[in-house]
Write a protein that binds this ligand. Structure first.
Ligand SMILES: [Zn+2]
Ligand SMILES: [Zn+2]
Length: 246
């Protein structure tokens, strides 16, 4: 296989992986929603189909840089992904996960805030906010331009920050689970965590729901650090829609 064909094959394979991962994770949380809060998504069927459509298009976009970088890693040793856990001190593995989450969060906060500039919002970010209220299927419901801003983050970080392949798996798992659960319309974490000291710094569904309710606040992804620093944190929301429909 020529290098071009191999890179292309890897991109297609990664697109399938990202798409299937989305369907399984969102499907799983949608099912959990049905069990925990029957009727929460009542009347949202047409919206959910749109969310799935945009999300699968995003999966294709996410798969391209990820697939090319994965091919380069295997074929040419690109990136700073390592497989020997002893290549770095053991304590570095959890630290690297945290570094990736912090870097991703910073990128997300600023690009997300930028996409709330009215002209960009209308052309790009309105797709994501068309979910009113969002459901577990909305995790990757982005306009293609927004999907590109998200798709480049991890493929760029693997060239900058060393990470064990297992730690990278942890980052991708956290990214997927939080992306889905933050949109599903109810809080899965215990009250003690969400309303406790950790909840003051961590973003869960209660925080992101308020972004979808009020728009110009709560822009962060994993941590409330940037929102707090920049005065855009409006606290954690309630699930008014949930009470109404459930
Ligand atoms: Zn937004
Ligand atoms: Zn959202």
């Amino acid at each position: 296989m020529t290098p071009l064909a191999a890179a292309l094959f890897s991109a297609i394979a990664m697109t399938l992986i990202v798409g299937i991962r989305y369907l399984i994770t969102s499907g799983g949380f949608a099912l959990a929603t049905r069990i925990r809060h029957p009727g929460l998504y009542a009347g949202l069927q047409p919206q959910m189909w749109r969310e799935v459509g945009w999300s699968l298009l995003s999966a294709a976009i996410y798969g391209i840089p990820a697939g090319i970088v994965a091919w380069g890693w295997r074929a040419h040793g690109w990136t700073r992904i390592y497989t020997d856990i002893h290549a770095f001190p053991l304590w570095y593995a959890p630290l690297s996960v945290l570094l990736y989450l912090l870097a991703h969060d910073t990128w997300f906060y600023w690009t997300h805030r930028w996409m709330h500039v009215p002209a960009l919002f209308r052309r790009i970010h309105a797709v994501h906010h068309a979910s009113r209220p969002p459901t577990a299927w909305a995790a990757m419901s982005f306009h293609p331009w927004e999907a590109i801003t998200g798709a480049v983050v991890i493929p760029a970080l693997v060239f900058l920050i060393p990470i064990h392949v297992g730690a990278l798996g942890a980052v991708l798992t956290i990214m997927t689970v939080m992306g889905v659960s933050n949109h599903m319309g109810w809080e899965m974490f215990p009250r003690a965590l969400v309303h406790g000291p950790a909840g003051r710094w961590l973003i869960t569904a209660s925080h992101h729901q308020r972004h979808h309710d009020l728009y110009a606040c709560n822009y962060g992804l994993y941590f409330r650090f940037w929102d707090r620093l920049c005065g855009t944190d409006r606290g954690i929301g309630t699930f008014a829609g949930q009470a109404k429909r459930a």
